[in-house]
Design a protein around this ligand. Structure first.
Ligand SMILES: [Zn+2]
Ligand SMILES: [Zn+2]
Length: 344
């Protein structure tokens, strides 16, 4: 699926098959998630994209070919990757922080992505993650961006603890993942969204309270009231000035806000209620994917049944249906995760 211009309809057509670089692999894509980040890229909000372009960054599949210097993987391996593919050698990577690698390559942004039958991935020995045998490709595709991002945001950056109040603003794929992960950690979760459908999924995934932001005028005040003073941890999982401010304003003293949803703006800045952050000694944190080496802890919880990312996959479509579905992400991001299966 290629687009030649930003914001103009993408089309499905034949392009040359990719070849692996010496440290990279080619993966036959079995499933790839459709994400609001793809929509931002298509709209021209991402400076890393050059035209023409193939989007797609949440993928799972089978290794088809390996470069000459790859030692850990071979054709036939079932794999997924974090959406941030790291270089493995910069200072951030050396510190174990591959999610903020200085020379990162994101499939579907820095180079052609996985809305295709084949995708090239760089630095395979650093980035590939083996998919457990009993995990479906569609489930694994949902891990790479949204579920892993939510896991790092809630568990690592957010430092969730049992019994805490956690507010999740925006219940698309990443928000619903965050609801599930926080609830599994023993937190009391408040889900906030404008979509009744998203909120009913949030309730199913463990939210104790669901706030319909279309009816509740001041969601921050509602969160403070429900929690007798504010959430301990709050996430903006949508990425808008309104949800960001609501998340910060719904925190209690010394609370933690984690910004997960992207906040593109013309000058690169977003208004944040910093006066409240000072007065209440709030922590304002960002979260950006999750390194490949952190996956095993998450996958253990999936295999043991504590976390069920398969429940997040609410629809499966063909590549031919993807251009329209991508365009619709702008107005109707939808509840749950849509997965594209290029070979279906
Ligand atoms: Zn994504
Ligand atoms: Zn690096």
């Amino acid at each position: 699926m290629v687009f030649e211009q930003f914001g103009k309809p993408a089309e499905v057509r034949d392009v040359p098959d990719p070849e692996p670089v010496e440290h990279g692999v080619i993966v036959r894509v079995e499933a790839t998630g459709l994400c609001r980040s793809d929509w931002h890229g298509w709209m021209g909000h991402d400076p890393d994209i050059t035209l023409p372009h193939v989007p797609g960054h949440e993928l799972a599949g089978v290794v088809e070919a390996v470069g000459s210097r790859v030692t850990g993987w071979r054709p036939g391996d079932r794999v997924t990757v974090p959406f941030v593919c790291a270089c493995g050698t910069c200072p951030a990577c050396a510190a174990g922080d591959q999610q903020v690698c200085e020379r990162q390559t994101q499939p579907g942004f820095h180079h052609w992505g996985s809305f295709a039958e084949y995708v090239a991935l760089d630095h395979a020995d650093v980035n590939l993650v083996a998919i457990p045998d009993d995990m479906e490709y569609s489930t694994a595709a949902a891990l790479g961006c949204r579920f892993a991002t939510a896991f790092r945001a809630v568990v690592q950056q957010g430092r969730v603890a049992a019994g805490e109040w956690v507010a999740v603003h925006g219940c698309g794929g990443v928000g619903l993942s965050a609801v599930m992960i926080a609830a599994a950690a023993g937190a009391r979760v408040i889900a906030v969204d404008v979509s009744p459908e998203a909120l009913s999924l949030a309730r199913m995934f463990g939210a104790m309270w669901c706030l319909d932001a279309g009816r509740v005028r001041d969601t921050a005040a509602a969160v403070r009231e429900l929690t007798h003073g504010g959430a301990h941890l709050s996430l903006d999982a949508l990425g808008s000035p309104v949800t960001c401010a609501a998340s910060v304003n719904g925190l209690r003293r010394r609370g933690r806000h984690v910004q997960v949803g992207l906040l593109p703006s013309p000058d690169g800045t977003t208004p944040v209620p910093l006066a409240r952050a000072i007065a209440l000694e709030l922590e304002l944190l960002g979260s950006h994917g999750m390194a490949a080496h952190a996956y095993p802890g998450m996958l253990r919880q999936v295999r043991s049944g504590v976390l069920c990312p398969d429940l997040l996959v609410t629809s499966t479509i063909t590549l031919d249906a993807a251009p329209a579905a991508l365009a619709a992400m702008g107005t109707a991001p939808g509840a749950g995760v849509t997965v594209i299966e290029p070979w279906s």
